[in-house]
Design a protein. Structure first.
Length: 165
């Protein structure tokens, strides 16, 4: 999971046909755009986001901004349209403010309690990111359900670790 930034471009009515092309050319000259989805430009750093924002603001074309999670290949997400999208380049993104990612703390509680807690948590899981060499399996839930997940972990005398990077 990698943090990314999306900036939406609003195309105003009544502009000359070449105006849009000039803005796109300026973006290409000054911003390293990682990906796009229609009018949403996706960049990798806050600096690139700020540069893109400045260009679009000066042109009167600045739309919404989003913090996103770029998911690794093989992520299993239920109801992706509710929490994210697939870009033109077939990358899967989640809106960071709509989801929270956790793993079970392997050092907390007994194994059977961790298993039981995870089974109950799975009722609320909307996606899974399989373990990699740098992190355990992550479970994605609606961002409004973090207290519920914490409560389940406490009830089974175990713990979860929240991931935000």
């Amino acid at each position: 999971m990698k943090r990314m930034y999306g900036v939406d471009m609003q195309v105003p009515d009544g502009k000359r046909p070449g105006f849009y092309a000039q803005v796109i050319h300026k973006i290409g000259d000054h911003v390293n755009v990682f990906d796009r989805d229609g009018r949403l430009f996706i960049v990798e750093s806050p600096h690139e986001r700020d540069t893109l924002r400045d260009i679009l603001q000066k042109a009167g074309m600045l739309g919404e901004e989003f913090t996103l999670w770029l998911l690794p290949e093989g992520a299993d997400i239920a109801h992706l349209d509710d929490v994210g999208f697939v870009s033109q380049n077939e990358h899967v993104y989640l809106y960071a403010d709509r989801v929270a990612a956790f793993s079970m703390d392997a050092a907390a509680g007994e194994e059977r309690d961790r298993w039981a807690a995870l089974e109950q948590c799975r009722e609320h899981v909307i996606g899974t990111l399989h373990a990699s060499s740098s992190r355990p399996t992550l479970y994605l839930v609606d961002a409004n359900q973090t207290d519920l997940i914490e409560g389940i972990a406490r009830a089974y005398r175990t713990a979860v670790t929240w991931w935000n990077e």
